[in-house]
Design a protein around this ligand. Structure first.
Ligand SMILES: Nc1ncnc2c1ncn2[C@@H]1O[C@H](COP(=O)(O)OP(=O)(O)OP(=O)(O)O)[C@@H](O)[C@H]1O
Length: 349
């Protein structure tokens, strides 16, 4: 299949004064993909979105949208000429305009008939047909966000940019609206980039994720690869609790992990695994690669149980389980780590 590149970023660098906020980043986005930019507060997510939209100028590198150069050295195409749609958290709807007028706002260049037709299509897209003549303050947060999306989609942009589009909404609505908006974007084949600091949102809603940290791109990959094959411990640690076994060689006699037998002994290897990589072995299981863990805490989360084990003098690890059988504080259990779910990184400390 022919994949058309809609956005190409090549070695882009951006500074605020002398401070580097985006450091030599390159990536490509294909037509119709939904991309999320994920990272901790202050890592440069919004700045990267502002660079793509043209609100911020870059100091180095090249940015192309649909094969046209948008930023290169001093050359800079302004936002209004980039054919990008923006859904920013603070880019509220105009309160004095009806929903219809809000959507018409960006397509005033169309004839009246075309405008009517486009508004009708956009309202149908976001399932807000009934609200055309309503005013924004009469809508719920989720409905307002759907109208904001319709308003940005109306000029048929090449690329849609969304900055934390769900952050003002409560958690349950956030998930449903996120899935709904993903479906709308997929249906309209709109190439989209959204900023989030919510790892689950990024995993659930995007085709690929850009992981940013301190202005650097740590990984650009599918949610599956980011979760199961993180490039380093920074990426691995983004998605909830992670167990770290430091200086593995010293612990080899306890963890008996065959995958690591061939590791060099003179370099510092740390191993990481998520809580769902831990299994409890029962008495009759003859597997010899177990180790013992004493339960020191149990937390019930409803659909899973989080158990904290003490592993002799080597520290603690967390496991997630679906059943509470045999789980009692003070019990010592035979444990095993699923070797396929192990991340092995050479690290300095
Ligand atoms: N207008 C500005 N002038 C100077 N420094 C800025 C400006 N905007 C952002 N910064 C700095 O640039 C870095 C990246 O900021 P940015 O807003 O892109 O991060 P972010 O990942 O979107 O953060 P958050 O999740 O908190 O919104 C931060 O250190 C921030 O303090």
């Amino acid at each position: 299949m022919d994949h058309k590149i809609i956005l190409k970023a090549l070695n882009i660098t951006h500074k605020y004064g002398n401070n580097i906020s985006i450091n030599n980043i390159s990536f490509e986005i294909i037509d119709g993909e939904i991309i999320s930019i994920l990272g901790p507060s202050g890592c440069g997510k919004s700045t990267l979105l502002k660079i793509i939209s043209g609100i911020e100028k870059i100091q180095d590198g090249i940015l192309e949208i649909d094969k046209n150069i948008m930023s290169h050295g001093a050359y800079h195409v302004p936002t209004e000429k980039r054919n990008v749609g923006l859904v920013f958290q603070d880019l509220a709807l105009f309160p004095h305009l009806s929903i219809r007028k809000n959507i018409e706002y960006g397509i005033s260049y169309l004839s009246n008939d075309e405008k009517k037709q486009r508004v009708r299509e956009m309202l149908a897209f976001v399932k807000m047909e009934k609200f055309a003549d309503t005013y924004p303050h009469l809508l719920s947060g989720g409905q307002q966000q759907r109208v904001a999306l319709a308003r940005s989609l109306a000029p048929l942009p090449k690329l849609l940019l969304l900055d934390e589009p769900f952050s003002g909404l409560d958690i349950s609505l956030r998930k449903d609206l996120g899935i709904e908006i993903k479906n709308i974007l997929k249906k309209s084949k709109m190439t989209s980039i959204f900023v989030t600091h919510d790892a689950n949102e990024a995993l659930m809603l995007s085709d690929k994720i850009i992981i940013l940290n301190n202005g650097q791109m740590e990984q650009f990959d599918t949610p599956k690869n980011i979760y199961t094959k993180p490039f380093n411990s920074t990426v691995a640690s983004f998605f909830g609790t992670i167990n770290k076994i430091q200086n593995y060689q010293k612990l080899n006699n306890i963890f008996k992990i065959s995958k690591l037998n061939n590791q060099r002994q003179d370099i510092n290897i740390n191993i990481y695994f998520r809580p769902d990589a831990v299994t409890i072995l029962n008495e009759i299981n003859s597997d010899s690669s177990f180790f013992e863990g004493k339960i020191i805490d149990i937390l019930y989360y409803g659909n899973y149980i989080s158990v904290l084990f003490s592993i002799s003098e080597y520290g603690t690890i967390t496991g997630y389980f679906s059943s509470a059988e045999n789980l009692e504080i003070g019990n010592t259990l035979k444990l095993k780590i699923n070797e396929n779910m192990l991340f092995v990184f050479q690290e300095n400390e």
